[in-house]
Write a protein that binds this ligand. Structure first.
Ligand code: ZN
Length: 387
């Protein structure tokens, strides 16, 4: 029989609400049961009293370029695994590896390597951010490599990912944009609107064509204007769209975050890190794809042009900030870091909430929402020290 772990005495956030002094039983890699009340389980293999700490589902990051000093976009398989481990130690038990704009052949080759890691279950797939984005809103992408979204080239990247392309960010207003959205949807790949200069009307057309995600809403798109509401209004108002938010205190003013949360509602927000190599590592000089980045005081900027170049965020910090600075209810934050992104990925049957039968992916937080424990598939990655 699989080894059993019984976690008792936790404030457990379940899909139905928060239950105090509850317990979660883990058998092997899965959650076997969740129940209120102290554990009756005498003689089980391992019982951990969580002493009133929060127990929430493992975090799911659908937009992440790396961490721990390494990049998902250009590194080796070992580099990617090191980045995955870094984010795991910050509570992210499921990560989609994001690739920034690069030469098409390079991206295709790199996707092949990432696909093998996805096949092994180390990552949950690949997100292509570029090259089919707008030069007007290029952010930290190499302008010389940008191109219009040609469906044949989109198809080339989908094929190179061997069934593990999960999402592509594109500027849908460019020639070929809407056809590319339709092609992505046909192949089960999420079409995300981002790095875009689209109008309100053009954005609605993209959603009608099948786009379902707003890539880091507010960032790398026209601002909300009263005569030109642009992509932000279109993406926030449409029930079919989930909006990504980078809650690091740099990319978004707290009021912008709360505005988005208020309009989209708790079921349509996904917190992402958009992290680059320096996440969980430190200040210094890094590469983001082909571009050089300087990280100072945790803020990543292009050396040339000073544009913000991803973040150094980890989802445990985004979680803590959302509760302690933004004042959001814990249950809403859990939806934004776990349930919603899991649903987007089509993985709700396995991850995204604490329910029997799902992977035992858990995060333990203390009273001040500092991370003290992480379990992935029944194994502690960070063992809680609660003495
Ligand atoms: Zn990104």
């Amino acid at each position: 029989m699989a080894p059993t772990k019984v976690l008792t005495g936790a404030r457990v956030v379940l899909p139905t609400g928060t239950v105090d002094d509850a317990r979660v039983t883990v058998e092997g890699t899965r959650i076997a049961a969740t129940a209120p009340g102290p554990s009756p389980a005498e003689g089980t293999a391992e019982t951990v009293d969580l002493r009133g700490h929060w127990l929430v589902p493992g975090f799911v990051d659908i937009h992440n370029h790396g961490g721990g000093g390494v990049s998902f976009a250009g590194g080796t398989a070992e580099d990617v695994l090191q980045g995955v481990r870094t984010h795991l130690h910050h509570g992210t038990t499921t990560v989609v590896a994001s690739a920034v704009t690069g030469d098409l052949d390079f991206l295709a080759r790199h996707a092949g390597m990432l696909a093998e890691l996805a096949q092994q279950g180390d990552i949950a797939g690949i997100h292509f951010e570029g090259p089919f984005i707008s030069p007007c809103r290029k952010g930290a992408h190499d302008e010389t490599l940008l191109r219009d979204p040609d469906p044949a080239e989109v198809r080339k990247l989908i094929d190179a990912a061997h069934g593990h392309a999960r999402m592509m960010t594109l500027a849908t207003e460019l020639p070929g944009g809407l056809d590319s959205v339709r092609l992505l949807v046909e192949h089960g790949v999420i079409a995300a609107v981002g790095h875009t200069d689209a109008t309100y009307e053009q954005t609605l057309a993209a959603v009608d064509a099948g786009a379902t995600v707003a890539t880091h809403l507010f960032n790398a798109m026209p601002p909300l204007g009263h005569r030109a509401p642009g992509p932000i209004a279109a993406l926030l108002e449409d029930e079919r769209v989930t909006v990504e938010l980078i809650n690091d205190g740099t990319h978004l003013h707290p009021a912008a975050l709360q505005f988005a949360f208020h309009h989209a509602g708790r079921d349509r927000v996904a917190f992402i890190t958009d992290a680059m190599d320096a996440a969980g590592f430190g200040d210094g000089r890094y590469m983001l794809g082909p571009l050089e980045v300087e990280v100072a005081d945790g803020v990543a900027r292009l050396v040339e042009g000073n544009s913000i170049a991803g973040s150094t965020l980890t989802l445990d910090r985004a979680f803590k900030r959302a509760v302690t600075v933004d004042g959001l209810p814990v249950e809403d934050v859990v939806a934004a870091v776990s349930a919603n992104p899991a649903r987007l990925l089509g993985l709700s049957d396995r991850i995204g909430s604490l329910e029997p039968g799902k992977d035992a992916d858990l995060v333990v937080l203390d009273d001040s929402f500092e991370l003290v424990g992480v379990m992935r598939k029944g194994e502690w990655a960070v063992t809680p020290q609660l003495a």
